[in-house]
Write a protein that binds this ligand. Structure first.
Ligand code: ZN
Length: 59
């Protein structure tokens, strides 16, 4: 399994000019908006089961 996950777009400004950040694991920085962020694998989604469907999204 690969430990690398490369984002294609900055989650903040949507630019594609991303480069790895010195922070290490999954850390990236955006050259367009000068933001640094980190990707983190949270785990696999559990199969859909009853009791976990609210039917609404936070806006
Ligand atoms: Zn950006």
């Amino acid at each position: 399994m690969s430990e690398r996950a490369a984002p294609f777009f900055c989650p903040y400004c949507g630019d594609e000019d991303l480069r790895p950040n010195e922070q290490g694991h999954g850390a990236w920085e955006c050259a367009a908006c000068s933001r640094a962020f980190q990707l983190k694998f949270l785990g696999l989604l559990a199969p859909a089961t009853s009791g976990n469907t609210t039917g609404r999204e936070d806006i």
